[in-house]
Design a protein around this ligand. Structure first.
Ligand SMILES: [Zn+2]
Ligand SMILES: [Zn+2]
Length: 250
């Protein structure tokens, strides 16, 4: 299982990264976790536009789903003819929301390009991956996602405030790819996002092997984000996600 960070900028694209998008590959199957704004551009540095086998959207905030619109254009108006539909997993209402985002009638919306599948909590097979979805703690319906393949696993927090469900999902995972949107400070809103320290605490409680901090908001100092996580009790390696970086999980 190989993870490539396409976009790791939190809430909106930054100068060095699109918004959230992660490419996970195994056995030749290519799955995208989220497709935030700007991601379709950087994605083409790593794979062909039509080499994606499935897309999984954690939630319907723009910075996690909006580039499904340009991807619909690319699949629909390809000079060689429309490309066959691929599955797009997302929360209830994904098909309608994406049609609306592009100004399409809800029916057929984007149905010729994407087979929309409603995500629910639990485990399903997507290509060679066992994908487990669990509700996390964010103002709209949001799924944390765990991918298991050949005895290895990675867990993606999506956007979340403090979440026991995330700890359960990430139990003994090899990699916790966890959002760290906030820097420590007074008056942080609850049930929205994590600080880097909280991300590390979740990794500790889950017994994760390593922690990668992501959803890095452009106005934060990334070095301080890493420093705050490093000051926690988490004993494993901690790193910052960076657009273009890949990691082999074995
Ligand atoms: Zn976000
Ligand atoms: Zn969000």
């Amino acid at each position: 299982m190989r993870l490539t960070i396409i976009g790791c900028s939190g809430s909106f694209p930054g100068p060095d990264s699109p918004a959230s998008c992660y490419l996970v590959e195994a056995e030749g199957f290519r799955l995208l976790l989220d497709l935030g704004n700007g991601a379709i551009g950087a994605l083409q540095q790593h794979v062909g536009l039509y080499d994606i086998d499935a897309v999984c959207l954690s939630h319907l905030h723009a910075d996690h789903c909006l580039d499904l619109c340009p991807y619909w254009v690319a699949r629909t108006y390809c000079p060689d003819g429309p490309r066959p539909p691929i599955p797009v997993y997302g929360p209830a209402g994904t098909a309608g929301r994406m049609a609306q985002a592009y100004g399409l009638d809800e029916h057929p919306g984007m149905a010729a390009a994407f087979d929309f599948v409603t995500l629910t909590p639990g485990t399903r097979g997507i290509g060679p991956f066992q994908v487990t979805a669990a509700h996390v703690n964010h103002p709209v319906e949001t799924f944390g996602l765990r991918l298991d393949h050949a005895g290895r696993s990675m867990t993606y927090s999506a956007d979340t405030g403090e979440s026991p469900a995330l700890v359960g999902l990430a139990r003994h995972t090899d990699l916790l790819l966890c959002e760290a949107s906030f820097l420590d400070g007074p008056g942080l809103p609850a049930d929205l996002h994590l600080t880097a320290r909280q991300a590390a605490e979740h990794a500790t409680r889950a017994g994760a092997g390593r922690l990668m901090l992501t959803h890095l908001v452009p106005w934060n100092d990334a070095a301080r984000t890493l420093e705050e996580a490093s000051g926690s009790s988490f004993a494993g390696p901690i790193s910052l996600a960076a657009s273009g970086h890949s990691l082999d999980l074995g």
